[in-house]
Design a protein around this ligand. Structure first.
Ligand code: DC
Length: 230
């Protein structure tokens, strides 16, 4: 059976990573969470004092890029690759609301995007990959055989993220999460470099009213159809 490249893009908290992980597991493909890479660079910038609530030293971050080494290491218990920043596992630390509140600023920087996109393209060389992000179908893999663009209302997405953060014991209000979702939507769709947009040949899925199982079945069917037609 031939292997394909599956690009999953969309707004934050639309369940891209859940879907991508399930697809990769079912198909025996590699799963890559590109948001984790932008989050890891953000954590690096926070740890080194390059970014704060009212401060961002973009130039120093750009000069430090050669010192940022990112890789994923497969964790068999979790069934996916965890994010490592300079040999340290940062999978948990990159999911906090603080990182979420700075990540869009970091993801706007063209030099950061160029570095991460290059690494992402290399990871997809052999196909058999499911990659999720914002620019996968438009920039990273414009020739992907299957592109999915996921949407859901901001309120639905904020509720999902809120439940997830509560589950991890993070003390945040629903309103703060909704505000973060809306701010990130705005920055992600309005930045100059690789703004979030649906690729012309992507299949759009609004999952506000779809169960996880329904959504998975629909996309798996698409992937199987595409693979058979090769
Ligand atoms: O998918 P996520 O919420 O973990 O992504 C974190 C941020 O990284 C998101 O606000 C936008 C940015 N991002 C990006 O610009 N391009 C990608 N391919 C993936 C994420």
């Amino acid at each position: 059976m031939k292997k394909i490249t599956i690009a999953i893009d969309g707004f934050s908290s639309t369940g891209k990573s859940t879907l991508a992980k399930e697809l990769a597991k079912h198909l025996g493909y590699v799963y890559v969470d590109t948001g984790a890479m932008y989050r890891a660079v953000t954590l690096f910038a926070m740890q080194n004092g390059y970014i704060d609530a009212d401060f961002f030293d973009k130039e120093t971050l750009i000069h430090s890029l050669p010192y940022i080494k990112l890789h994923f290491e497969f964790n068999p218990d979790l069934g996916f690759g965890e994010m490592y920043l300079n040999t340290i596992n940062v999978e948990k630390e990159i999911r906090t609301i603080e990182v979420s509140s700075f990540v869009s600023k970091i993801a706007e920087v063209s030099e950061v995007r160029a570095k991460l996109v290059e690494q992402q393209k290399a990871m997809g060389q052999d196909k058999g990959i499911v990659m999720d992000g914002r620019d996968i179908g438009t920039v990273v893999f414009p020739d992907a055989e299957l592109k999915v663009f996921m949407t859901a209302s901001p309120e639905t997405r904020a509720q999902r993220r809120y439940d997830e953060l509560q589950g991890k014991g993070e003390n945040v209000s629903y309103e703060a999460v909704l505000q973060n979702v809306q701010e990130r939507d705005y920055i992600d769709t309005h930045r100059d470099d690789s703004p979030l947009r649906k690729a012309d040949d992507a299949v759009e899925i609004d999952n506000s009213h779809l169960t996880r199982e329904e959504q998975f079945a629909a996309v798996l069917e698409l992937a199987e159809e595409v693979t058979k037609s090769l």
